[in-house]
Design a protein around this ligand. Sequence first.
Ligand SMILES: Nc1ncnc2c1ncn2[C@@H]1O[C@H](COP(=O)(O)OP(=O)(O)OP(=O)(O)O)[C@@H](O)[C@H]1O
Ligand SMILES: [Mg+2]
Length: 265
Amino acid sequence: MADHPLSHRTETVRDARRPPRAAPAIEFAGVHKWYGAFHVLRDIRLAVHPGERVVVCGPSGSGKSTLIRCVNRLEEHQKGAIRVHGVELSASSREIDRVRREVGMVFQQFNLFPHLTVLQNCALAPVWAEGVKRREAEDRAHALLAKVKIADQAHKYPSELSGGQQQRVAIARALCMNPKIMLFDEPTSALDPEMVKEVLDTMTALASEGMTMIVVTHEMGFARRVADKVVFMDNGEVVEAGDPEEFFTAPRHERARQFLSRLLH
Ligand SMILES: Nc1ncnc2c1ncn2[C@@H]1O[C@H](COP(=O)(O)OP(=O)(O)OP(=O)(O)O)[C@@H](O)[C@H]1O
Ligand SMILES: [Mg+2]
């Protein structure tokens, strides 16, 4: 079939229309990871392009957190390569520092410093890791707190905020480092249902500004609205990766079908 004149012509036309693409923001090339004898990531091949929004879903224990934690080297892979903006992650601490400055991360449990105010939480890393003057870091923090719609909470402590507000502080804090990529690990799953929307709205706004994002979430409405690509993981493997509408209406693999039907019921 490959030599059929028509199929050949179709390929050529499609190639000609395809816009040239920059190097991937993140690339997993045959990545494996083990925890002791346990094979947690199995031959992961995945590219996330600049400005792309990728949602990762899959059963508990399938390796989703491990996958994104490898991007900023909170976890180390043992085989294959991970490249961030074309630079391969290695053991070099200078490189790891640089990648961590480029890659912001938001966790399920907000991980704010309880003894610091919201403003201090946000200004801390720019001052200590980037050498920004305190005043400048606080101005930046105020601007980002306004952006996530909690400007009025700047002088409170985390324990005085709702879960949704704390998570928006965590997002603002990550943005204070001017990251080029944002990773989210189930950012809404510790929240009461009425607070989920405010956090998803913040993430949707970020996506609409062109931020490159990997979001581990089971918020399928968000995935449908915002994602360019859905990645379904099971048992340490990327089982399926593709268009959200196709994934939700006609998943190709039985494991994905089972997962989606469990999620709906
Ligand atoms: N530090 C660790 N040492 C040993 N095993 C680990 C470690 N962290 C995770 N695991 C195991 O690796 C597997 C994948 O964990 P991971 O946290 O990546 O899954 P997940 O898909 O994020 O799950 P969940 O949806 O529950 O958050 C699990 O079986 C887990 O028990
Ligand atoms: Mg997880």
